[in-house]
Design a protein around this ligand. Structure first.
Ligand SMILES: [Zn+2]
Length: 240
């Protein structure tokens, strides 16, 4: 009897462990429980009044910079970022994620600090900032990811997760689009990053100052790949 009793208890413990394990795994692995905040960088008109670059900062920067313009196509950065952001939303939604869009129109006035605060308030798990790059040299090309360092005064606690997120996205993005991977860049002066309370990354999708890359990024078929690449990186980050 004594022996049978302990076997029974052991069996009960095993069933319990299996059951708990299954429930935990299901909850953690469900995309429907994960929310992604997406910010299409810039807006139709920059806002050059200033705001602090982080909580308690004395340094201030423009609320929203004007953004770059395609050197060959003349398409402004704010239009490109919104097009890709909308495609990314569609892609992530199809995969089962929840998505929160900071903006869905070009004619808005939302500062970078406010964008981060909206992302925080939305209950999102991660914050993706979408931008395109520009350089004085038209030869420069490729994509890079900007994330906060461990020395960041405002969000150093987010550095490790933000770096992982950046690394996953740039690898998948570059693989899907063929756009050159310029790697990860630590930036601690970005208002929209420093006000975030969730892992955050900013993708510079390519150079609008490079005529070939500019033309490439304006194609709908390429924008689909760009969105798919970013979504693949998000899947990798969450372990799907
Ligand atoms: Zn930008």
């Amino acid at each position: 009897m004594k022996r049978a009793g302990s076997i029974l208890i052991a069996a009960a413990v095993m069933i319990c462990a299996v059951f708990t394990g299954t429930v935990t795994k299901t909850e953690a692995k469900s995309k429907s429980n994960i929310k992604i905040a997406i910010d299409a960088g810039h807006q139709a008109r920059g806002n050059f009044s200033t705001e602090p670059i982080g909580p308690g900062a004395s340094t201030r920067k423009a609320k929203v910079a004007g953004g770059a313009t395609g050197t060959a196509t003349r398409v402004p950065e704010y239009k490109l970022t919104l097009r890709v952001a909308k495609k990314l939303k569609k892609e992530l939604t199809q995969r089962g994620y929840q998505v929160y869009m900071i903006r869905t129109k070009n004619n808005v006035n939302i500062s970078n600090k406010k964008r981060a605060q909206l992302a925080n308030k939305s209950g999102a798990d991660i914050y993706i900032r979408i931008h395109a790059d520009s350089s004085g040299s038209s030869a420069v090309r490729g994509a890079s990811m900007l994330y906060p360092s461990t020395r960041n005064r405002y969000v150093k606690k987010l550095s490790k997760a933000s770096k992982k997120l950046s690394s996953n996205i740039i690898r998948a993005y570059s693989k899907k689009t063929g756009i050159r991977n310029r790697g990860l860049v630590q930036r601690d002066d970005l208002t929209g990053t420093n006000w975030s309370k969730i892992p955050v990354t900013l993708i510079e999708m390519g150079f609008l100052s490079n005529p070939t890359e500019d033309r490439l990024m304006q194609k709908g078929s390429m924008q689909n790949k760009m969105a798919t690449g970013i979504a693949n990186g998000i899947d990798d980050y969450f372990g799907f």
